[in-house]
Structure formats: C-alpha cells, structure tokens
Ligand binder design. Structure first.
Ligand code: NDP
Length: 453
C-alpha cells in the first residue's frame, strides 16, 4: 500500500465521489479527487438543487392566484424577471461549490483541478502528471444525450437550460421522463407558453399508471400543452424563433427547445477501454456488490454504473463502497428496493415501492386503496387542483408494498411513508396510526374502503 501515492484516487467530485472521498479519508486513507468542472457534480450545479429553486419560483404563480380567495389583492399583475432568478441561483450554487471545497479540505482530501485519465490499473494521469493509487474510483456521472434530427443542434440540454440568456416566452420540451415533466411544469409556472412532446402514449413510463394519468390531467389543467405519440421531425431557425415540425405534421413556433431525452455515462477519454474494463450493453460500467469493475482496482458508483440515477443512491453507494474497501466489517449488499423518489412536476409526485401494475405481476392478490380529492386549501383558493393518494397492499400478508401521491409537497409526505414501506408495515399498522388533522397526509392512515382488488 505504501508504494502508491494515494490509497484512493477519485475521478469526479459529484455527490458520490465527494462522499466516498470524505468517508474514506475519515478512516485514515490517503485520498485525492480530480474534478475538471464544478464541485458537487450534476446535483448541485445542473440538477436537483437549481431545479428545486426554479420549481419554487414557478410555484409562486399558483400562490398569487390562490391568494385572492383568502382575501389578498395584488395591486398589479405580478411580473417575473428571469435574470434575477438565474443570477441569484448562480450565487447560491457558488456558495455550495465553496462548501464542497471546504468539506474536502477539512477531511484532508487533496483536490486536483483537471480531467483525469486512467492510464494503468493503479495509475491516472492528470494535468500531465502520473499519479498512482491502490484504488481508483470512477464517479464521473452522466451527461445529457440528444438524438440526432434535422436541427437538433438548435436544442438546449438540461446543463444549459438553467442559464439561458433570456426567458423563452414559448418553450418546448422533448421527452417524457423526470426532466421533461419537471421543466415543462417549471417554464409553464414561470409564464411561458409550454409544450411537451413525448413519443409514447403517456409520459413517465415505469410509474404507476393511475399516477401517470392523474399527472397528465393536472399538468394539462395548469396549461401545459401535451403532445403524445409524436416526436420532433425537424427544427428550423426562422425569423423570431424556432419552427418545430412534429412527426404528426403539426408545426409549432417556440423560443427554446429543451431535449430531455435521457442521460448517458460520461466515460469519453477516460481511458477505460484500453484497460479492458467491461461495460454493460447500455454503456454503463458494470460493477459487483463491492463496486469493483472487471478490473478490481478500478471501482465505480453513481450514475455511471446504471443504477437508479438519484443523488441519495450515489451517497448510499459511497458509504457502502468505503465500508467494503476501507472498513473493518463487510456490510450486507445495498438494498435497491423501496427507494422513494419524487418528481417535481406541478403538482409533485412522490412514490415508493411497487406500482399497482408491478404488484399485480408479483402477488396473487392485491388491494388498492386510493383517494382523489380536492385539498382543503382549494376550497377557498378556487383552484381546481386535485390530489391523488394511493396504497397498494399485498392481500396475503397485508403488507403495504407501494405508496403513491400526486399533490402539493408529495415528496415531503412520501419520505415518511417510505420508512413504513421499507419496514414492511401492514395496512393494519397504517390503520391504527392516528392521523394529523387537518393535513392531506392524514389520508394515508384513514383510507378504509378498498377501491379495487
Ligand atoms: P429518462 O431516461 O427518465 O427519460 C428520457 C425520456 O426521453 C423518456 O421519456 C424517453 O422515452 C425519451 N426519449 C429517449 N430517446 C428518445 C428519442 N430518440 N426521441 C424521443 N424521445 C426519446 O431521462 P431524463 O433525462 O428525464 O432523466 C435522467 C435521469 O435523471 C432520470 O431517469 C432520473 O433518474 C434522474 N432525475 C431525477 C430527478 C428527481 O429525482 N426528481 C430529476 C431529474 C432527473 P421512452 O420513455 O419512450 O423511452
């Protein structure tokens, strides 16, 4: 061990890389991190954090409208200034970048500014210098991917959309995943005339069908123009905007097009092919339970490995990886079941466990409890926004195997429910839990009649 420069060399200072570096350093390991872009990776710079800030900004739209029924008059119609939001966001991210730098520094991790290349099983090259390490961790994350079509170079991706020079009054999103529905909601809320184009029958493939349909209806009510079963054929620059022609023949003129068509591992130029590191068919890095690639001294975690592309998953993987490689006890394998997730479309989706469709496939008999109601706030606000809550129960064991919500702060609500689902609690446990009144969340412990079996 002593003849290497470091015990662990981490490539990429995103959520997973930083957590692994700090946690390994805390065990006494000598750790370095190379990063050629920004500290904190996608989540902090062009993902979760700025997205949530923009989502807050967009929610004000509803708040202004909802306030009238509660007695508020707003003297002039509220005006939104894109540059203020964007520039305040930039300042906040700079502050977070600084915190990440100090965290690494405080942990005794050497931070190297540059793109590292793996040149041997135990060596990297960065800024022309060869550095050796007993273990190399590839935590380089993913990168937005855009399909090629005529004019695809006129689109922006999710790295670029936060920093547009001016606010697009007419906005179009291509895709039907997390990023597409979130940004359609954000730009719609900020006041843009917004279109979402999705090639399939209904967006959010893989989510509970009822959740998808409910979200479709709520987003449409809020004014997002949804175009399903079509795709972009071409985009042309025209006077005053972009002309987008769809495969169904429709034509739209907009100011910006966001391609939210998925992300790919960011492995170019990393030198892994030369070492014969095995990839999965989708181009992600294949790792075992110990996060080792086919070359055991080269480890990987996070988005680059093709698991759920979520910050808390990368953090959990980092803690696990460090226990495996620098701890004194072998941890049990990381459990990827029942990972709760939220989609910050408006209204938000929060979900944990199995969809109704997955539960039907897995169990002999299930019970579904669902409630679709008008939240109390909207009795006075006049808004027609509704809320969906749903529990999926395995009939034989009475276990709650899935919980879903579409509504205000669904992510906040589902986080608590996720503990119960993970702890394998039964519907009877939910039923004996006394609710908190008046909340929307109490519905999760008061649903008594089976909606369907
Ligand atoms: P997703 O993989 O979730 O969605 C990509 C979308 O693009 C799908 O709807 C897909 O359609 C569509 N698509 C793919 N290829 C084409 C094509 N050639 N033409 C037209 N449409 C296409 O990726 P995202 O970019 O939305 O997000 C990446 C990941 O980041 C997510 O999966 C999620 O894990 C993570 N994320 C998490 C967030 C959160 O936790 N709130 C927020 C944002 C991102 P189809 O369904 O038909 O394949």
């Amino acid at each position: 061990m002593a003849n290497y420069d470091y015990d662990l060399f981490v490539i990429g200072a995103g959520s997973g890389g930083v957590r692994a570096a700090r946690t390994a350093a805390a065990t006494g390991a000598r750790v370095a991190v190379a990063e050629d872009r920004y500290l904190g990776g996608t989540c902090v710079n062009v993902g979760c954090v700025p997205k949530k800030l923009y989502s807050y900004a967009a929610h004000f739209h509803d708040a202004f409208e909802d306030s009238h029924g509660f007695g508020w008059t707003i003297p002039a119609s509220p005006q939104f200034d894109w540059a203020t939001l964007r520039d305040n966001k930039i300042e906040e991210i700079k502050r977070l970048n600084g915190i990440y730098g100090r965290l690494l520094d405080g942990a005794g991790v050497k931070l190297i500014n540059g793109r590292a290349k793996v040149v041997d099983t135990n060596a990297v090259e960065v800024n022309g210098e060869r550095i050796t390490a007993e273990k190399i961790l590839v935590a380089v994350g993913g990168w937005p991917w855009t399909p090629e079509f005529e004019g695809s170079e006129l689109t922006v991706n999710s790295n670029q959309v936060f920093d547009l020079d001016s606010f697009p009054r007419r906005f179009l999103v291509l895709g039907g995943g997390y990023i597409a529905v979130e940004f359609a909601s954000i730009f719609n809320g900020l006041g843009a005339d917004t279109h979402l184009i999705y090639r399939g029958e209904l967006f959010l493939r893989g989510f509970d069908q009822e959740v998808r349909e409910f979200t479709r209806d709520e987003m449409a009510k809020k004014g997002v123009n949804l175009h399903f079963e079509t795709n972009i054929e071409r985009i042309r620059q025209v006077e005053g905007g972009l002309e987008v022609t769809l495969t169904n023949g429709d034509r739209l003129e907009v100011d910006a097009v966001l391609a939210a068509t998925g992300r790919r591992p960011h492995l170019e130029g990393l030198g892994l092919e030369a070492l014969g590191v095995q990839l999965d068919t989708d181009g992600t890095l294949k790792v075992n339970e110990r996060f080792e690639s086919s070359v055991p001294s080269i480890l990987a975690l996070g988005d680059v490995t093709g698991g759920p592309e979520l910050t808390p998953v990368a953090l959990a993987e980092a803690m696990h990886l460090v226990q495996h490689h620098f701890g004194d006890k072998t941890p049990p394998p990381l459990d990827y079941e029942n990972i709760a997730t939220a989609v910050f479309c408006h209204p938000n989706i929060g979900t944990v466990g199995l969809s109704e469709e997955e539960a039907r496939a897995r169990f002999d008999a299930i019970r579904v409890y669902s409630a679709d109601f008008r939240p109390m706030k909207h009795t006075l606000s006049g808004s027609d926004e509704r809320c969906l809550m749903k529990l999926v129960v395995d009939d034989a064991s009475d276990r709650v195997v899935g919980a879903h919500m579409v509504g205000d702060e669904a992510g906040e609500t589902i986080q608590g429910i996720a503990i119960a689902v993970r702890a394998r609690l039964t519907k009877a446990d939910f039923d004996v839990t006394v609710g908190i009144h008046p909340t929307a969340a109490e519905e999760f412990v008061t649903m008594r009649s089976v909606t369907r079996r």
